[in-house]
Design a protein around this ligand. Structure first.
Ligand code: GTP
Length: 363
């Protein structure tokens, strides 16, 4: 079974994490996001995958290569300029001659793709859209279906009194290749505003596959942090790398954890990291590879990328710190802060709630 994964977007809402790193490469539990996604596809028998790239393609191509390390066949197609979600699929049309999946490259889910394919075939659908429920449909585009699942309307950000459903597009589709003929070649064209409304207008069968399985997109730093917390707290099924040192504590090889450090799970610590004396790590939290956490530092609910160094007595709370950051002694980084890569924060600094710092080498 084939799939196209869309990984060409700039990920502007996830900045500053996506200045130097494409959204699909941001680490989730110390592995690139896309690696988790490919593993999930493989579980459902999807092992022939086309990546459509545009923004920062090199790190993705270098890391994944031909996919053989993950046991899949990967091909990469780089767009010269962004073609939009549907335009990107049109661009690889010649590789798609049977029913295929399309995924936004920023969704983390355990929707049952095998059952979705069955649903698609039974209904004789031209395009099936995975639908997921949300608490507040008024800030999303919702998808209205009839009792059999056939899509009736797409309603963009309905006002509270016009809400008829809380089902939104989950960014996973099953597509019959013939519908690609409706997408203009070489132009920016999307599924949401372009192809789907066109198919409804033509009266072609478009179905919504409703699922209440776990689903989140990592479009914003808040959701990026939430995904980590959900995975660590066991809200979604996932195995962790490393040795289990205690209740909810996984540590990869080569780490040096001082006997006076205190770890309270769920925590994942990447390989070759050093945790100093009296440092206190309170989960849910992730420490990347090659990190140093100085004496007496306190981390709670934070995600720290690789090669980052914290001095003595640093406090991190429910924040994200990207790679190669140096945080001086006694710094305090409050909730919701997002620190881009390669920064140096001098000793004693206090970053208030929600501070976002751009990476050192950004424009
Ligand atoms: P924002 O800038 O924060 O809106 O993020 P984004 O650029 O990723 O856009 P969005 O979240 O709407 O995109 C959904 C998915 O489609 C993501 O996985 C994107 O990488 C991908 N995508 C968006 N636009 C393009 C494009 O022009 N080409 C390709 N190949 N993929 C795209």
């Amino acid at each position: 079974m084939k799939a196209v994964i869309l990984v060409g977007g700039e990920g502007t809402r996830l900045r500053p994490l996506t200045y130097n790193t494409p959204k699909s490469m941001v680490p989730i539990m110390n592995r690139p996001f896309l690696e988790h996604m490919i593993g999930y596809l493989k579980e459902h028998g999807i092992d022939d995958i086309i990546l459509t790239l545009c923004y920062l393609p090199d790190p993705i191509q270098r890391y994944f290569g031909d996919g053989s390390k993950l046991g899949v066949r990967l091909s990469h197609v780089v767009e010269e300029c962004p073609l939009g979600t549907a335009g990107a699929v049109k661009n690889v049309e010649e590789c798609l001659n049977e029913t295929f999946f399309v995924f936004n490259g920023d969704i983390f889910t355990d929707i049952d793709l095998t059952a979705m394919m069955e649903f698609h075939r039974q209904r004789g659908s031209k395009v099936s859209i995975a639908l997921t429920p949300v608490d507040n449909p008024t800030i999303y585009g919702v998808v209205e279906t009839d009792a059999g699942g056939r899509v009736q309307r797409f309603i963009e950000k309905p006002s509270p009194d016009a809400v008829t459903t809380n089902m939104i597009n989950a960014g996973a589709y099953i597509v019959e290749p013939e519908v690609l003929s409706y997408i203009p070649r070489g132009q920016n064209f999307t599924f949401e505003q372009g192809l789907f409304p066109l198919l409804l207008e033509r009266g072609d069968p478009v179905y919504g596959y409703q699922s209440d399985a776990y689903w989140i997109d990592i479009g914003t730093p808040e959701k990026y942090l939430k995904l980590h917390h959900d995975v660590l707290m066991g809200k979604v099924k996932k195995s962790f790398h490393g040795e289990r040192l205690g209740e909810g504590i996984w540590v990869e090889g080569g780490c040096d954890i001082h006997h006076r450090a205190e770890l309270e799970g769920p925590i994942v610590i990447g390989r070759d990291s050093v945790i100093g004396s009296r440092a206190r790590l309170k989960g849910p939290a992730v420490i990347g590879r090659y990190c140093t956490i100085g004496t007496g530092s306190f981390i709670e609910g934070a995600i720290v990328w690789q090669n980052t160094r914290l001095g003595r007595g640093v406090l991190l709370k429910n924040c994200v710190v990207a790679e190669n950051v140096v945080i001086g002694d006694r710094c305090q980084v409050a909730e919701g802060c997002v620190l881009g890569g390669n920064l140096i924060i001098g000793p004693g600094e206090s970053l208030p709630q929600g501070t976002k710092l751009w990476p050192q080498n950004s424009a």
